[in-house]
Structure formats: C-alpha cells, structure tokens
Write a protein that binds this ligand. Structure first.
Ligand SMILES: *Cc1c(COP(=O)(O)O)cnc(C)c1O
Ligand code: SF4
Length: 461
C-alpha cells in the first residue's frame, strides 16, 4: 500500500488563469442616473416623479402621434413616416411607458433593440410566412372557458384580462391582447367576475390541474385586490400546488415594484400564504435584452428578492434584438446578477406581421452552445419552440427532423398530444434563393411539408 495519494505528491505550483477580461463583467454595469432627461418631454422630470408608478402609467403613450411627438427633434422625418406606416400595418396597438421610451437610443433608432420590439417600421416589414396564422398556438382551441387554456396534463393558463403595461410587436396573443387595430379585431378577454368564476369552477373540477399560470394581458394590470382575489381563490383549491403570476412589468416599468406598495404587498401576502400551505407562488417576467435591466430594475428586483419572492424570466428570441451570442450571453448573466432565473428562451412564434423578428431554429441551437457553460446551470435557459398547432413547448434540440434548406422542422409531444406531428417554419428570407422560390409555389409547399413529415415518421420512436 502506498502511504500518500498521488495528488498530494504533485507539484504544488498550480496553473494560473489569466487575468479576467473586463468586458466579461459587463453584466454588472447597469445604467444609472437620470437617463430619461435626454428625452425632451422628460427634461424637467425629477427622480421622484419618474419612479412613481402612477406618473409612469399616466404618461404612458397610447397613440402613434403622441409617441412620435415625444421624440420629435431626435429622429428624422423619414423615420417618423416609416413608423406611421409601420403602425398602420401592425396587429398590435401602441403602448409605451416613459421608462421604455427613455431606454431607446433615438440617435440610432433603426438599430435599437427596444425600438425594434415596440415600434414597427414599414421599411423593415416582411411578408408573412404562408403557413402562419393568428393564435398559432391554438390557445383558443384548447380553451374550455374563454381565457383559460388547458393543454398540458397538469397545468393551465388563465388570462384574467387583456391589457398590458406596454404592447409588444411580437405578442403571441395578438389575437386578444390590446385594443382592435386596423389589422385585427380582438377576442374579448375583459376583466369579468362571471368569466373568472367559470375559470375557477373549471380548475376546481379538474383534480389533475396542479399548476396555474396567471398571465394575460399582464398581472401588473390587475388591481391589488384582484390579484389577491385570484391568489386566494386558487390557493383555496386542494388540487392547486403551484401558481405563477406572469408580467412584463419588471422589464418595462420596474418602478411599480418600488412605489406601488399595495400591489407588491398583495403579491407578498399571496406568496406568504402559499408558503404556509406549502404551495409555490412565483413571479414570471419577460426581459429580452440586457439594456432592459437598469439600476432601477436592480433596486426593484432587490425588493422583491428581500420579500422571498422568486422570479423567473422568459425571453423571446428576436432577430437583431438578441440573436447573437454576445447579447444573449449578456442577458443571461445580467438576469442572474439581479436574482432572476432565466427559464426559457422561446424561438419566435409564428405571429402575423412580425416576420422580420423571427429567426431560424438553427439560430437557437447555435446560441444555446454559447450560453450553456457560461454561468450556473440553474441560471441557464432552455431554448424552446412552442409548437404551432398546440403541441406545447418543446426543447429546440428535440426535433424529429429539421431541414435547414426548406426551413421546416418537425416535433412530437408525446406527453401532450401523442401521435401528432407539429411543424415549425423558419422565416423565408433566411433561406436560400432556391428554397424561397419553392415556397412561392403551393404545390411545392405541399411536397416539402410531406417530405418533412415522412422523414420525421421514419425517425420517431
Ligand atoms: C407555457 C404554458 C404553460 C406553462 O408551461 P411551463 O413549461 O410549465 O412553463 C401552461 N399552459 C400553456 C397553455 C402554456 O402555453
Ligand atoms: S406584455 Fe406579453 S402579453 Fe402583453 S403585449 Fe407584450 S408579449 Fe403580449
């Protein structure tokens, strides 16, 4: 028997890692100071007003003319005309908070990642994919009660209302969220005691439902009393074990978490009550770009963290917004830095009027390689495709077949809809010219889809 382990006899000089490249610590560098005063309309606005959620709500811009007026002098007349035409063709209505408006770099609005998400430009729009429709996720088809989608075995999605603190161009729920636009007449999902009661009755009647997502619209828009009512109603059901309130709010109006005490207190009471009942109540939010996380966000989320409220993030992968390893990597690190767990990155759904925002599935596969390994595994998001046709979320890597030439990928979802196949389509302008030409012919489209399904069937087990 040897007396010492070989390791202990090894040379004591340990290889030194080279000094850290400061750019890798960029996630800690958060925008601070009165950045909003760069916007002419907010030049005189002090910090107390800017951090007041009522001021933010009151000054939120809900029409195109006012939005463009607010940035008058900062942008060119061509940009204004481009945006006016863009909004005319958009499926979403306008809603931009002063905070969000202030984060946009108006000296370079064509490239700004926040402008891209909230202000459509006619010059950048692309024709929709031929396979695209509104409500591509079939949320309405899977809804036993209006605004309650029961797709997965043990969880349901409850949409108590149809408004949000802002309206995102890329919204998957453009079939319902916001007011009617020139392009789209919306399904009605207003706050309604009657509709909510039917949703509660359905949830209580299904013993398999353990997990309820309360989304919208957006939980930020619920009054404190409404939020608590929903929380209490669901916590009282023995079958409900988990609940998430979903809100874009922390990304677009973080000050509400600092100054709307009744709302945060109501959420805290529901979380605390849930904890006593051994039920999980968490907040889900939606940051897409590292620029959306400022020193204000950090203070706001610090307050949430102190109260023991767990926050997860879901991002939407968008072209020219977060489709590079640098930006996605920074977003993931910065979320971790402000105590938010990156949960999902969605490959952009097939949504009308935003073809310019979609990426290929291959982009998601590529980005994932750079993100995984850069930080804690539990802070590493899963890249998912929400399978069109109601298959639910699938790991982007789990396709049965993917033809990068035609841009068609095929997924199965045995735990959700066994035996069915679900297709996702890359945006046409990202395909080869030959493939783009094939897509212009309906007969060729049919052939490409049939071949993809055939290959998937050969592969699936
Ligand atoms: C996303 C979603 C859920 C929640 O799914 P998780 O993967 O648990 O986050 C539930 N119901 C519907 C309809 C959904 O789209
Ligand atoms: S906040 Fe969410 S639900 Fe509301 S418009 Fe944006 S993506 Fe849609």
């Amino acid at each position: 028997m040897s007396t010492a382990l070989p390791l202990l006899q090894a040379d004591p000089i340990v290889a030194q890692k080279p000094a850290v490249d400061p750019s890798t610590l960029e996630h800690r560098n958060l925008l601070d100071g009165p950045f909003w005063q760069k916007i002419p309309a907010y030049r005189e606005v002090d910090e107390t007003s800017f951090l007041d959620h009522n001021w933010q709500a009151k000054n939120t811009i809900t029409n195109v003319a006012k939005l463009l007026k607010a940035v008058e002098g900062l942008v060119t007349p061509q940009f204004v005309a481009d945006a006016e035409e863009g909004f005319k063709r958009a499926p979403m209505s306008v809603r931009v908070s002063p905070y969000l408006l202030s984060l946009i770099d108006w000296s370079n609005p064509y490239e700004d990642p926040l402008r891209i998400q909230f202000v459509p430009l006619q010059s950048r729009l692309l024709p929709d994919h031929p396979k695209l429709d509104l409500d591509s996720l079939h949320e309405q088809a899977d809804a036993p009660v209006a605004g309650l989608t029961h797709r997965y075995p043990d969880k349901a999605l409850f949409l108590p209302l149809d408004t949000c603190p802002v309206y995102c161009r890329f919204c998957t729920r453009s079939y319902a969220v916001g007011v009617d636009t020139e392009e789209v007449e919306k399904v009605n999902l207003k706050v309604s005691d009657e509709r909510w009661k039917r949703a509660y009755q359905y949830i209580a009647s299904r013993p398999e439902l353990e997990d309820i997502v309360i989304s919208g619209g957006d939980a930020y828009q619920l009054r404190a009393t409404q939020l608590e009512e929903i929380g209490e109603a669901l916590l009282a059901m023995p079958n409900v074990r988990r609940m998430r309130f979903a809100t874009k709010g922390p990304a677009v109006m973080p000050m509400k978490l600092l100054t709307d005490d009744p709302w945060l207190d109501a959420l805290t009471r529901v979380v605390d009550k849930g904890r006593k009942l051994h039920k999980e109540v968490v907040l889900h939010t939606h940051f897409n770009h590292p620029k959306e996380i400022t020193a204000i966000t950090q203070r706001a989320l610090g307050r949430v963290f102190e109260r023991g409220i767990f926050v997860r993030n879901q991002s939407v992968l968008q072209r020219r917004v977060n489709d590079t390893p640098e930006v996605m990597g920074l977003l993931v690190k910065r979320l971790g830095h402000v105590n938010v767990h990156p949960y999902y990155v969605y490959v952009h759904d097939l949504v009308k009027g935003v073809e310019d925002l979609r990426t290929t599935l291959d982009t998601a596969l590529y980005l994932e390689k750079f993100v995984r390994g850069s930080t804690a595994g539990f802070n590493t998001p899963v890249f998912v495709v929400d399978a069109p046709g109601g298959g639910g979320k699938r790991d982007a890597h789990s396709f049965e077949y993917y033809d990068r030439e035609s841009g068609i990928s095929v997924f199965t979802a045995p735990a959700v809809k066994r035996g069915q196949f679900f297709l996702y389509f890359d945006p046409l302008d990202q395909l080869s010219l030959a493939a783009q030409r094939r897509w212009t012919d309906p007969l060729e489209q049919k052939v490409m889809v049939e071949v993809a399904l055939q290959r998937a069937k050969e592969h699936v087990r």
